[in-house]
Design a protein. Structure first.
Length: 99
């Protein structure tokens, strides 16, 4: 085969696969960490009002999606939103997520 045709075909294939992946990802998420086809979740369990904490005193509930997170997490394990009330150990850039 002619090298130019092979190179052009390869580039076109990579671009096509990228666009397919992009469209598939856009169909799965609405940008807020929730799936586009998901049904609304039930109300989260009651904790202390306005505390950002659930009934389990150690868990930190995400204000964006309601996922309960381990103490010390800086970012939600469900939607990657920032957990304002949780602080990681000093010098821990991963926010307690290991690495």
């Amino acid at each position: 085969m002619i090298p130019e045709v092979t190179m052009a075909t390869g580039i076109a294939l990579v671009v096509l696969l990228y666009l397919v992946a992009l469209v598939a990802a856009a169909g799965r998420s609405d940008g807020r960490g929730e799936t586009a086809s998901s049904t609304p979740s039930p109300d989260p369990p009651e904790g202390r009002p306005g505390s950002g904490r659930s009934a389990d005193e150690d868990a930190v509930r995400c204000r964006h999606c309601g996922t309960e997170n381990e103490p010390g997490y800086r970012f939600c394990s469900g939607c990657a939103g920032e957990l304002g009330g949780a602080a990681a150990a000093p010098g821990d850039p991963l926010g307690g997520h290991g690495g």
